[in-house]
Design a protein around this ligand. Structure first.
Ligand code: ADP
Ligand code: MG
Length: 364
């Protein structure tokens, strides 16, 4: 197992493209870290630098305190699972699992033992004689994970390993990978563009945008305490509602909306005349007035019953919002809908810097 340190890591590709800017992160021994962000934000580049598959242009990478920039993947003690798991079609599951060990010239008996043990962890024992074409997508991905797992490594890297699977298989594999991590304990870095995957699997999440870290934190911290508009909008589904307006005399105004911001920011005077974004999550609203909240009058455009919840698309004048409502209390389409945003669920961002405005709101 291993503790990793990334210090001012940069990647500039030979064509001059600066893909990763000043990446700083300490990864604890045995931690499960997700790198999350939209396509092209630099996740795979970062992972490949950690793996030793891509040169680090500038900065220092340490494994257990030892400078590792120049180490080979093998010296780093790394195994990697890719999105395209590319099993050998002419080899059985057992042969696919043991292939790397065979190449290393390890005894057949020992390989067999390890294949059996790995198959057991992954629930592949009954499939060892099958060929990949006779497996489901989820089972193939499990073999791919097994191939990495069989080599007792200190660091486990996964790059969007579930994106070729259907939604149901993804959910199953998600918890399987977590369980494997729990039993194996290797430091794991997992790349995904899917915030739900990141939220459900990680000890900590690194949110990236345009080659830069936007925020590092536990799923809880990112969800309740986003530092900027990007993280606030990226984490959570449907996304947080953003209402753009201005502040005068401590009052936020946008269209017909008027909110006293003093309960939700530290220094309301500092916002005088500024453009801000008033924000709240669709699931944070209440349909009854329990006090300490903002009241919003809206008109319902559309309702989508999802089963456990109803997504309500509503507007106040030109301002569009999405609200999550208990299906039994959902308003009718076209009706007026008054709802409440508790102060503890309201966020104010500076529209220019896109950073959260200083506050001491306890969000529990
Ligand atoms: P992600 O995995 O987050 O989708 P990548 O790390 O693959 O993103 O890529 C980050 C950026 O670097 C993208 O804009 C991509 O086009 C660019 N990039 C990736 N590989 C190369 C390369 N070999 N040469 C030049 N640019 C590259
Ligand atoms: Mg990628």
């Amino acid at each position: 197992m291993a503790q990793l340190t990334l210090k001012n890591i940069n990647k500039v590709y030979p064509n001059g493209f600066h893909a990763v800017h000043d990446f700083n992160l300490e990864i604890k021994d045995g931690e499960f870290i997700c790198l999350v962000g939209s396509s092209g934000c630099g996740k795979s580049t970062t992972l490949r630098m950690i793996a030793g598959l891509e040169d680090i242009t500038a900065g220092e990478f340490f494994i257990d305190g030892k400078l590792a920039n120049q180490m080979s993947s093998r010296e780093r003690g790394i195994a990697m699972v890719f999105q395209s798991y590319a099993l050998y079609p002419h080899l059985t599951v057992a042969e696919n699992l043991g292939f790397g060990l065979t190449l290393e010239g390890i005894d057949a008996d020992i390989i067999d033992e390890k294949v059996q043990a790995t198959a057991k962890i992954l629930g592949l024992t009954d499939y060892l004689d099958r060929f990949p074409r006779n497996l489901s997508g989820g089972q193939c991905q499990r073999v791919a994970v097994g191939r990495a797992l069989i080599r007792k490594v200190r660091i486990f890297l996964m790059d969007e390993p579930l994106s070729n699977l259907d939604a149901k298989q993804r959910v199953t594999m998600r918890s399987e990978i977590k369980q494997i991590h729990r039993s194996v304990g290797a430091t794991t870095i997992y790349v995904t563009h899917d915030q739900t995957e990141a939220m459900t699997m990680s000890d900590r999440i690194v949110v990236m945008d345009k080659g830069r870290i936007q925020q590092v934190g536990t799923p809880f911290e990112l969800y309740f305490y986003p530092k900027n508009l990007f993280v606030a909008g990226f984490i959570g589904e449907p996304p947080m509602n953003f209402i753009r307006g201005t502040v005068a005399g401590g009052i936020f105004s946008a269209g017909e909306m008027r909110f006293d911001l003093s309960p939700v920011v530290k220094d309301v005077n500092a916002l005088e005349g500024r453009k801000v974004v008033f924000a709240f999550r669709p699931e944070a609203i209440e349909t009854e007035n329990k006090g300490l909240s903002y009241e919003i009058d809206s008109r319902v455009e559309l309702c989508e019953l999802l089963g456990d919840t109803t997504n309500v698309y509503a507007n106040t004048g030109e301002i569009n919002m999405i609200l999550k409502v208990n299906p039994h209390k959902a308003p009718a389409m076209g009706s007026d809908f008054k709802f409440y945003v508790p102060h503890k669920a309201a966020y104010v961002f500076d529209a220019e810097t896109e950073q959260i405005v200083e506050n001491d709101v306890e969000r529990r």
